[in-house]
Design a protein around this ligand. Structure first.
Ligand code: MLT
Length: 312
C-alpha cells in the first residue's frame, strides 16, 4: 500500500508543492514555528511549501484531515503536545495518533508563559493564584480549544490550585492573544513563540515561565517553581507527521530536509528570539518522534485521568 497516487511515486518526489497543515489559526505559535522551518525545507526540497491553517477542536480537526489525506508526501501535519493529550480528551477522535501517521521527526520544545491582560489586578503569580481562587466564577481563561497546549496548561493550573474557572476557547492562541491585549479575556497560558513579542512590548502582564530554568530571552520572568507553583511544569514539543502508508523514502527525504532546516542559522536565531531552540539532530528522526509520542500519550493520559477530566 502507500503508493498514494497524487504526486507520483517516491522516485520523482517531490515534483509539486507540499502542503503543511497547521491545525490552529494563522499567527499563533504553531503557525509561527511552521512558517519558520517551511522556508529552508522548501529550499532543500526544491518545491514550494504551502502552509494551510485547518482550525478546530483543539487541533484535532486538522490532524484528522491529514490522517485521511493521500499517503504521497504532499500533505504534512505540524502538531504538538496536543497529539498526545487528544486520546485522553476525546471519546471519538476519528484517528489514532500512532497508527494513522508516519512520524517525520521532532522540531522544538517551547516553554509556556502565564500571561494576563495589562489591567488585571494580580501582580505576581502568587497574587494570581489568590485572585483566581477567590474569584473562580468570574475569571476568564483563554485557550485554543480542548486538546490545545494552552488548554492543557490551563488544566494543570486549575488542578494545581484546586479551582475551575470559565474557559474561553479560540481557534488558536493568535486570536486569543489579540483579545488578551484588548482586555476582553483575563489570562492565558501560552507559548513563548506567541507571547514573547507582546511581553517585550509591555502589552500583556507576564507572571512566570513553565520550564525548570528561566528563558534566556525573557530573563526577568521567574519559573513557576521560583514563583511558588512547582507543580506547573510543561513545555510544548512539536513534530511533523504524514499519513500512514507514506513510502519510507519520502519519510526519509522529509526528515533529512527537517534536519537541514533545524541547522539553519536563521531558524536557530529566530527560535532563540522566541524563547526556544531546535531539538538536537538525533531527535529530528521518525524513531525519536514515535518514542516521544508513545511516552507522552501514556504520561498525559495518566495526568488527565488523575485530574478527573471528562472526555469530550
Ligand atoms: C495551543 O494552545 O495549542 C497553541 O498555542 C495553539 C496555536 O498554535 O494557536
Amino acid at each position: 500500500t502507500g503508493d498514494g497516487g497524487g504526486g507520483g511515486d517516491a522516485a520523482g518526489y517531490p515534483d509539486q508543492s507540499i502542503t503543511f497543515v497547521v491545525p490552529f489559526s494563522a499567527g499563533g505559535p504553531t503557525d509561527t514555528v511552521t512558517r519558520l522551518i517551511a522556508e529552508p525545507i522548501s529550499e532543500e526540497l526544491g518545491v514550494q511549501i504551502v502552509v494551510q491553517n485547518v482550525e478546530g477542536a483543539g487541533g484535532t480537526v486538522g490532524a484528522g484531515e491529514v490522517a485521511n489525506a493521500e499517503s504521497d508526501g504532499y500533505t504534512v501535519l505540524m502538531h504538538h503536545i496536543g497529539m498526545s493529550t487528544a486520546p485522553a480528551l476525546y471519546q471519538d477522535l476519528g484517528f489514532d495518533p500512532l497508527e494513522d501517521f508516519e512520524m517525520i521527526g521532532l522540531v522544538t520544545d517551547v516553554p509556556m508563559t502565564i500571561v494576563a491582560r495589562n489591567d488585571f489586578e494580580p501582580e505576581t503569580l502568587e497574587d494570581l493564584i489568590d485572585h483566581v481562587s477567590d474569584n473562580a466564577d468570574s475569571v476568564t481563561l483563554a485557550n485554543a480549544g480542548i486538546g490545545a497546549a494552552s488548554h492543557l496548561c490551563g488544566l494543570l493550573f486549575q488542578d494545581a490550585i484546586g479551582v475551575t474557572v470559565q474557559e474561553v476557547p479560540y481557534e488558536g492562541t493568535g486570536p486569543a492573544l489579540t483579545d488578551l491585549v484588548g482586555g476582553q479575556v483575563d489570562f492565558m497560558c501560552d507559548q513563548t513563540t506567541n507571547t514573547s513579542g507582546q511581553i517585550a512590548a509591555g502589552e500583556v502582564k507576564a507572571y512566570a515561565v513553565t520550564t525548570p530554568e528561566r528563558v534566556a530571552s525573557l530573563p526577568d520572568l521567574p519559573t513557576t517553581e521560583e514563583a511558588g507553583l512547582p507543580e506547573l511544569e510543561i513545555s510544548v514539543w512539536h513534530g511533523l507527521y504524514v499519513p500512514a502508508g507514506t513510502p519510507e523514502e519520502i519519510v526519509t527525504q522529509l526528515s533529512d530536509a527537517l534536519k537541514v532546516a533545524l541547522a539553519d542559522q536563521g531558524v536557530i536565531d529566530q527560535l532563540a528570539d522566541l524563547g526556544t531552540a531546535p531539538v538536537p539532530e538525533a531527535d529530528a528522526t521518525p524513531d525519536a518522534h514515535r518514542a516521544r509520542l508513545e511516552e507522552q500519550i501514556e504520561s498525559w493520559g495518566q495526568v488527565i485521568a488523575d485530574a478527573g477530566v471528562e472526555q469530550s
